[in-house]
Design a protein around this ligand. Structure first.
Ligand code: HEM
Length: 207
């Protein structure tokens, strides 16, 4: 059986929904953790250490990574489901497309960081958002990721309920959260000092 036939056999929508639910629980805590960057690196790291006690348990992490895998695979399949799309469906499609690419790159980078014995804590993400020229890639990259996740949820909510007000509410809160996370990580664009090992990491890719 090739990949195409295997995908056709899966109950794609259901798997996308279930893996999405599992991921949303993690993402909710993860984004609250990212917002804590507003209170400085030590508070962010302290909270991440607490969250890690749960999601770094091998069983939980296996389920989380499996959810990432199925979310991306089934998301790609759903992209080709329907030809004519409304405006809201297009928002859902393009935000989902960005999230798929983001998830592969983001989780891949975290796994690579761990492989080279780098603690993938606050500074791992902050290095890209504070060291030029990487800032020109990583600030939009993270801003768009948080925006995309909320647009994806907001459009889904609209398609299910037709409630414009709540859907706009979700989108606006998400965009504000994305901006706050960038302000937290960059110390409101006054920039943060990066430990030398994270400077070396960024230099591996940005010279
Ligand atoms: C500004 C936004 C974000 C920042 C700064 C960020 C940062 C990080 C960092 C530093 C880690 C490593 C965690 C650890 O070592 O324990 C991580 C892991 C991860 N992030 Fe994000 N993240 C962001 C947004 C997102 C979004 C939107 C998603 C999902 C769509 C996501 C999904 C994940 C996943 C699945 C992991 C792997 C967890 C693990 O197994 O260790 N992140 N992120």
């Amino acid at each position: 059986m090739n990949l195409k036939q295997w995908l056709q056999k899966l109950n794609v929508k259901k798997i996308h929904y279930i893996s999405g639910l599992i991921l949303s629980v993690f993402i909710a805590f993860h984004l609250v953790n990212q917002l804590l960057s507003l209170l400085g690196p030590s508070v962010h790291i302290e909270w991440m250490n607490q969250f890690r006690k749960v999601y770094r348990q091998p069983v939980f992490e296996f389920i989380l990574l499996l959810a990432v895998f199925f979310q991306v695979i089934t998301g790609i399949k759903l992209l080709f489901n329907k030809n004519k799309k409304t405006g809201v469906e297009k928002v859902q499609l393009y935000s989902g497309l960005y999230l798929s690419v983001f998830l592969i790159v983001h989780v891949g980078a975290v796994m690579f960081g761990r492989q080279i014995q780098l603690d993938t804590n606050f500074y791992f993400a902050a290095a890209g958002m504070n060291l030029s020229p990487a800032i020109f890639v990583f600030i939009p990259y993270y801003f768009l990721a948080v925006t995309a996740i909320t647009l994806h949820v907001a459009s889904l909510h609209y398609l299910k309920t037709k409630s414009k007000m709540v859907s706009y509410g979700i989108a606006i809160i998400g965009i504000i959260a994305a901006a706050l996370i960038i302000l937290g990580y960059t110390n409101s664009f006054e920039w943060r000092e990066m430990p030398v090992e994270y400077q070396h990491f960024i230099k591996m890719f940005f010279g």
